[in-house]
Design a protein around this ligand. Sequence first.
Ligand SMILES: Nc1nc2c(c(=O)[nH]1)N[C@H]1C(S)=C(S)[C@@H](COP(=O)(O)OP(=O)(O)OC[C@H]3O[C@@H](n4cnc5c(=O)[nH]c(N)nc54)[C@H](O)[C@@H]3O)O[C@H]1N2
Ligand SMILES: Nc1nc2c(c(=O)[nH]1)N[C@H]1C(S)=C(S)[C@@H](COP(=O)(O)OP(=O)(O)OC[C@H]3O[C@@H](n4cnc5c(=O)[nH]c(N)nc54)[C@H](O)[C@@H]3O)O[C@H]1N2
Ligand code: SF4
Ligand SMILES: [Mo]
Length: 747
Amino acid sequence: MTTSRRKFIKISGLGLGGVFASTSALNLFGNNSPLTEKTVQKITKNLKKTATYCEVCFWKCAAWAHSDEQGNIQKIIGNETDPHCYGRLCPRGTGGVGMYSDEDRLKTPLIRTTIDGEETFREASWDEALDLIASKFKDIKEKHGAESFALLKHGSPGKHLEHLFKAYGSDTIAEPAYAQCRGAREAGFNATFGSWVGSPEPTDIRDTKCLVLIGSHIGENMHNSQVQEMSDAIDNNATIITVDPRLSTAASKSQYWLAIKPATDIALMLAWMHVIIKEDLYDKNYVKRYTTGFDELKEHVQNFTPEWAYGITTIKPEEIIKTAREMAHAAPAVIIHPGRHVSWYGDDTQRARAMAILNGLLGSWGRRGGFYFKEKISVPKYPHPKYPHPKWDWTDVGEKFPLAQMGITTEVIKCAIPSKDNKYPVKAMMVAGTNITKSIPDKKLLEEAIDELEFMVVLDTMPMDVTGYADVVLPECTYLERYDGIRSATNRTPSIAVRIPAVKPKYDSKPGWWVAKQIGERIGLGDFFKYDDYKEVIEWQLEKMGTSLEEMEKIGVKHYPRKSGPMYLVEGEHHEFPTDSGKIELYSKELKNLGFDAMPLYTKHPEPPQGFYRLNYGRSPMHTFSRTANNPNLNALKSENNLWVNPKVARIIGLKTGQSVWLRNQDKITSTFSIKVRVTERIRWDSVYMVHGFGHDNKKLSRAFGKGINDTQMVTKTMVDPIMGGTGMRGNFVEIITEDPHKTEVI
Ligand SMILES: Nc1nc2c(c(=O)[nH]1)N[C@H]1C(S)=C(S)[C@@H](COP(=O)(O)OP(=O)(O)OC[C@H]3O[C@@H](n4cnc5c(=O)[nH]c(N)nc54)[C@H](O)[C@@H]3O)O[C@H]1N2
Ligand SMILES: Nc1nc2c(c(=O)[nH]1)N[C@H]1C(S)=C(S)[C@@H](COP(=O)(O)OP(=O)(O)OC[C@H]3O[C@@H](n4cnc5c(=O)[nH]c(N)nc54)[C@H](O)[C@@H]3O)O[C@H]1N2
Ligand code: SF4
Ligand SMILES: [Mo]
């Protein structure tokens, strides 16, 4: 196997054999018809109902997959009793069947090979691919130690492989859903309340009187029950305050849209604290009983007046004062929402701290309409031998970042680049359920690291960009075709959900658990996988949890009573918060002792140079990151992203809606593809905006290839959070190019 200069292979160059099984969903939905549940509900047939939970995003809504006698999946409908979806799937979940029916799916294992000096893939049997992978696992362990084999993962397949890696002796594990997503929020809230926010967020939106969204764009961010509860809250006349430089869907439903200058949110929040304290609007009993550091905070925010914040944020002092009063008026039924994708400007833990402190001042943590005390039920561990103790792991890799609580993807990736200071050499990598070429910033660094690897294996369902870098590609079957771990998530009350295969795996694809077991057995770790089918694991666990697979097949979701106590603080009762002081820490001694600011401070961030605009990005309600771009059902609803441009900018450059443009960033990186302009007042003049997840560069994705721009390609500069290692990605500036920069002159 070639290990030098790993070239990106476009799987398109191949005849990927395999029988095209008939797909029903496509015919049902037609190409352009909207996927409303109503349309879907009309189909009445003798359908088999199988309990599952959705994997189109990580909200994990419990659902029923309906399949016909021929084994075709006809529709997927939300489970009525599920607290993640309340019986309704979002458009992505309803269209999830497209993941199964997509004819571009990976169909067989592939092995990198060289033919006539050209690197390409050839089809391989599972035995050949797994034997090769097993030999690499042994080889890496012998030569470098098991720790040098890293796992980058996301979602259900990641869990199975995590077990394999830990059994093998490697805990060099990370996922972009931490350092590129919500890590900073967890660090900031943990430093304040002693616990993570977690997923689903314990926001009591249905009973709130005031919801404050700071960049969080619920409505485009389609996390299901949150969206439904927000819609109910709006019907119940809750006040919505949205802070966003863009008129998001949420902003358009809000009483207050604060069109903040990007990167200045901490200044706004400090001014809010100033007003709340100065006007005596904070919850005095709560602050006295449950918090520590109020005096220091009062002193700290003394000079952060609304007038001061106006100069930074461009939000008028009277608006700052009015919104602060609105929040206090609703308190404690108020939520300063922690957001989710928070890796923005590198001071993200401190921004999350500011949000947490505001919730503390207003007394909303542990209060109805604020944040409830979440609870989940633990799933018993299926017996296996003890994991060996690795010599080093993700904590060592991220040692520069004292409050990192999970592996930092970018740090693990850097470890693949040899240098004399690199104490933790990564020599091989497995990538499972994460499209790192789209989710990790700084492509140059990523490619440099991948180049150095001795071996790389990717487990995916689709020929995504990342597969082009692998030595071996393994086709996983979709969530509709496999068992996976029991879903047990934090909620108001504990509940579990199961995922049972609705149909047989298509083509030669296999479940992640099977792949982990096969590799494990080949490298002498059979004792860690003592089952023939993952079904046995679930059956064993369910029995221990007082139910059975038979029962779960019928109900899909099972509820358990709370055991940890009431959902909200009990008036007048003592409560110990899981922080060092047992109190909510408005002033953080922990951060101070680590050499960081004990209370958040505003720092100025770089601004776009002349002719450049800040690149802002977000979500589309019809898509999840890059994973759904090729999904036939969802692609029919939205096939490319657009570039939102303010009319003022459009006038200066001479742009029209629908016109194709290219982008070039501050580091002279030019977008491979073009994007169509959308001229709109909904974005500030200093930024441009696009939905993340488009601009795929693998031709094998027949619908998604070349459609729109990949925002990640433009993110070459990151602002790293010194507290937890998150990579702030909103400090990239782009210029708009109207002539095709890739056009070669024809003579
Ligand atoms: N520029 C930029 N970067 C970002 C973001 C952004 O908005 N902009 N968002 C960040 C955030 S919030 C997050 S959480 C991360 C997410 O980043 P990723 O974890 O990389 O998310 P996806 O794009 O969903 O990639 C998932 C991959 O899993 C594959 N897949 C889907 N289902 C299955 C399955 O059942 N089994 C297997 N084996 N594979 C499957 C898909 O085909 C795809 O290749 O990205 C972060 N990075
Ligand atoms: N449909 C759909 N829903 C999803 C996902 C998906 O892929 N598709 N992914 C899920 C995941 S993993 C995550 S992490 C979440 C992410 O979703 P959220 O946490 O809700 O949002 P972000 O992506 O962080 O923020 C996007 C918003 O921030 C605004 N913004 C940009 N810069 C600034 C600024 O400086 N200040 C302020 N105040 N606002 C700013 C943007 O205009 C945009 O409206 O969405 C989840 N929900
Ligand atoms: S929110 Fe939508 S995509 Fe995410 S799990 Fe639920 S139904 Fe699936
Ligand atoms: Mo995320």
